[in-house]
Ligand binder design. Structure first.
Ligand code: F6R
Length: 246
């Protein structure tokens, strides 16, 4: 079931997203959070840091699982998702890094690594999973065509995804070609999903996710069958929905 919240700007989106996370953390200080990287959750992470600094919320018992990591990028590379999480959240809260889970993009054996990650994930039940959405409808790095039954796996990134992410690298050739990602079935196990998207660039994917057919061609459309999905978007991302945001 979708709860769709349309906001004026990024700050309002971040505030609304934080309310969702806050409700979970207020009830359960040892919550399991599924986290995403990319530009969409940055405002939310700022709010979480602010809450830690001003309200004193502790993250020491919180467990996190990130959606994905690039393959063949050292975890200390400036563009690794491990670095992203440290720079945008973990370095500024009191999280125990032993409770942090991010796939190892530099694993020697990826078959072993994807199994290890899924095994670890299956020991927990994610209370809320933060998601962005790709302009092609991907969630995590599950590109169009990924089976809905997929668990954590190594995914070959589409050219459109590599182009979308090229802004973070010196050139398109430097953008990794593969990632390890939680699968669609892994994501769907979360009790609650919080999906964030802004700009008209995401409008088509948002409309397809909400109103399109449930098809592996639009991975996010699978969320139509999840019981609790909060979608927080700006007006531009909502521009292909009806005037009431639905
Ligand atoms: C990131 C991830 C991706 C992004 C998506 C949107 O961990 O799994 O699915 O959420 O590509 O990225 P942004 O937010 O940068 O538009």
């Amino acid at each position: 079931m979708f709860t769709i919240i349309v906001k004026e700007n990024k700050q309002d989106m971040a505030n609304a997203a934080f309310e969702v996370i806050k409700e979970v953390l207020d009830q359960k200080p040892n919550a399991v959070l599924g986290l995403a990287t990319g530009s969409s959750p940055i405002g939310l992470y700022k709010k979480m840091i602010e809450d830690h600094k001003t309200a004193g919320r502790s993250y020491k018992d919180v467990v996190t699982f990130n959606l994905d990591e690039y393959v063949h990028l050292d975890r200390n590379h400036s563009q690794s998702y491990y670095t992203f999480m440290k720079e945008h959240l973990f370095d500024f809260i009191d999280i125990d890094l032993n409770n942090v889970h991010i796939p190892n993009g530099n694993a020697e054996d990826f078959e072993v690594e994807v199994e290890r990650y899924e095994d670890e994930l299956s020991k927990f039940h994610v209370d809320v999973q933060v998601l962005g959405i790709g302009s092609n409808g991907h969630i995590g790095f599950n590109e169009p065509g990924t089976p809905f039954a997929s668990t954590t796996h190594k995914e070959s990134l589409k050219e459109s995804t590599r182009n979308d992410n090229a802004r973070f690298f010196a050139s398109i050739d430097d953008v990794p070609t593969h990632a390890i990602t939680m699968g669609i079935a892994s994501i769907m196990k979360a009790k609650k999903i919080l999906l964030l998207a802004s700009t008209s660039y995401k409008a088509k994917a948002i409309a397809a996710m909400i109103h399109g057919p449930v098809t592996e061609n639009c991975p996010a459309s699978v969320l139509q069958s999840h019981p609790d999905v909060v979608i927080i978007i700006d007006k531009a991302a909502a521009s292909l929905l009806a005037d009431d945001g639905h």
